[in-house]
Design a protein around this ligand. Structure first.
Ligand code: ADP
Ligand code: MG
Length: 206
């Protein structure tokens, strides 16, 4: 169980998050929906443990993986080494198998700059899933891709989640992405942002 209890998050004098409280069950996929600038990335950084300057607490498993909006790959390492350097226990064969799952089976020796943005995103996804995380955190992983590439990323992510079964928290400003992937949708609203009083599950208000 992941427990998020953010009482307040401020940047200087401005309060960005106010009482953002929710749980994520093992294997559950939760989407955080909200407009640009509302505090989605701030919330993810807190849940991930990257930002610790807030009032409240978060219970999270140690085995967690983060997929940022930018792929954040190691530029001087091959696609294969981008997996094995982050996961020292991962054999080259297992890393190759994971590259194959994301459609990069023939790109193991290429460097990130030799890959398209869509391929770099898939490599970042492979790196995240290769560690078999208990908690997967994704920050708008499908934006700035053309529609066909975004669709391919979405179905790939769906398949990997079904296979690895992490608890997943992802943020998006696109309702369609939330509907597609999430078991439960939470909405950030207002300034300071708080969770909307109703939860949307499978498209229906409850
Ligand atoms: P979103 O991801 O929903 O687009 P962010 O979480 O990135 O929004 O930002 C929420 C608000 O917090 C914005 O007003 C942004 O300017 C502000 N903010 C984010 N990071 C910082 C920071 N490091 N210092 C000051 N303000 C920040
Ligand atoms: Mg953001």
């Amino acid at each position: 169980m992941i427990r998020v209890n953010v009482i307040r998050k401020t940047f200087g004098a401005s309060v960005v998050l106010d009482r953002v409280v929710f749980d994520i069950n093992p294997g559950e996929t939760v989407a955080i929906l909200g407009p640009s600038g509302i505090g989605k990335s701030t919330l993810l950084r807190i849940v991930a443990g990257i930002d610790t300057a807030y009032e409240g607490e978060v219970e999270r498993p140690a085995a967690l993986a983060i997929v940022f909006q930018e792929p954040t790959l190691l530029p001087w390492r091959s696609a294969l080494r981008n997996l094995t350097l982050v996961h020292p226990g991962l054999s080259d064969d297992d890393a190759r198998a994971m590259l194959g799952k994301v459609g990069l089976g023939d790109k193991a020796g290429l460097f990130p700059r030799q890959l398209s943005l869509g391929q770099q995103r898939r490599l970042a996804l492979a790196r995240a899933f290769a560690g078999a995380p208990e908690l997967l955190i994704m920050d708008e992983p499908f934006t700035s891709l053309d529609p066909a590439t975004a669709e391919a990323m979405l179905s790939l992510t769906e398949r990997l989640i079904a296979e690895v079964r992490p608890a997943t928290l992802f943020v998006t400003h696109a309702r369609s992405e939330a509907d597609r992937l999430a078991d439960r949708i939470l909405e950030l609203r207002g300034a300071p942002a708080t969770l909307a009083p109703h939860l949307i599950r499978n498209g229906a208000s409850s």
